[in-house]
Design a protein around this ligand. Structure first.
Ligand code: ATP
Ligand code: IP8
Length: 267
């Protein structure tokens, strides 16, 4: 049975463009109903990782803890950012339950330790066991603040969790949902002439990296550029689809293996 990892980007499910800690519950509900429909028509295992939007990026910026924690105020920021991510995760959990899905929260800060902002240890055995227990259980992880052996604590992006999990679980496909149709020749939110790049391989990767920016909004984990660098570093051999998850029908079609407007990366 295929295993998919679905990243639900913070830009699509939160008011990231306004930097407000508010979830777009209608988008989350639509995603949940489409997952439910796909699951009723096809057998596959699914792990969901959601991003932070302002629930994480705003707090990390306001507390100034992007590069680690040094004092009591920073420690407060560490805890408050984690609390805020749990609030966002709870919104996901409630909507998934209301839509009849068996979402199971897996707290990244309880299974990941970083060193200098990079994952050093990640116990993925709970996620594997949850998937083995039932094909209907959907482990749900998220970008978080975690203990860091060099920096005290640091941010782990959902974009870093996804490749790590995909490798460990030998995922068949990684689906990365965000608020734009994929990777463009320039940030589509800034220029009208940006053109969608439909396929990325080893041969055009470096050229594309040069045209890819971070994010137009508050983002401490590198935006679109950070996303594709992590894909390059860890996702060799696993197909990755970057697509607009806010468009109705896209998650369903992506989970059914149908072609949608997107960027497909095979390295
Ligand atoms: P989060 O990190 O909060 O989970 P996310 O994963 O949805 O959010 P972002 O990190 O915000 O996504 O990255 C997506 C943003 O990257 C887009 O909204 C877009 O404005 C920006 N971007 C910059 N350059 C490009 C590009 N060349 N192609 C596509 N998007 C780009
Ligand atoms: O939005 C960031 O996760 P991302 C997590 O997936 C925090 O990059 C706490 C800012």
């Amino acid at each position: 049975m295929d295993t998919y990892i679905l990243k639900i980007g913070g830009s699509s499910v939160t008011e990231k463009d306004n930097n407000k800690c508010k979830a777009k519950t209608d988008v989350i509900r639509c995603i949940a109903t489409e997952i439910k429909k796909a699951k009723s028509e096809r057998s596959f295992r699914l792990v969901v990782v959601h991003g932070a939007g302002p629930f994480g990026h705003k707090l990390v910026t306001d507390y100034g803890i992007k590069d680690g924690i040094r004092d009591e105020k920073d420690a407060e920021g560490f805890v408050r950012t984690h609390n805020s991510m749990e609030d966002l995760n709870k919104i996901f959990m409630d909507i998934f339950r209301e839509e009849g899905l068996l979402g199971f929260p897996v707290q990244p800060s309880a299974c990941i330790v970083q060193k200098g902002g990079k994952i050093e240890r990640f116990d993925t055995s709970i996620v594997s066991k949850l998937l083995e227990t039932s094909k209907d259980i959907i482990p749900i992880l998220y970008g978080d603040m975690v203990i860091d052996s060099k920096l005290g604590a640091s941010v782990v992006s959902g974009d870093a969790i996804v490749p790590h999990l995909a490798k460990k679980l030998k995922a068949d496909r990684v689906l990365m949902g965000t608020d734009v149709d994929g990777i463009f020749t320039a940030d589509p939110k800034l220029g009208r002439n940006a053109r969608l790049i439909e396929n990325i391989s080893k041969s055009n990767f470096n050229e594309i990296l040069r045209s890819t920016g971070e994010a137009t909004n508050v983002d401490v984990t590198g935006g679109m550029r950070g996303k594709i660098m992590r894909i390059r570093d860890s996702l060799v051999g696993i197909p990755v689809v970057i697509f607009n998850i806010t468009k109705e029908g896209h998650v369903y079609r992506a989970l059914m293996g149908e072609k949608i407007r997107s960027t497909e990366i095979r390295l």
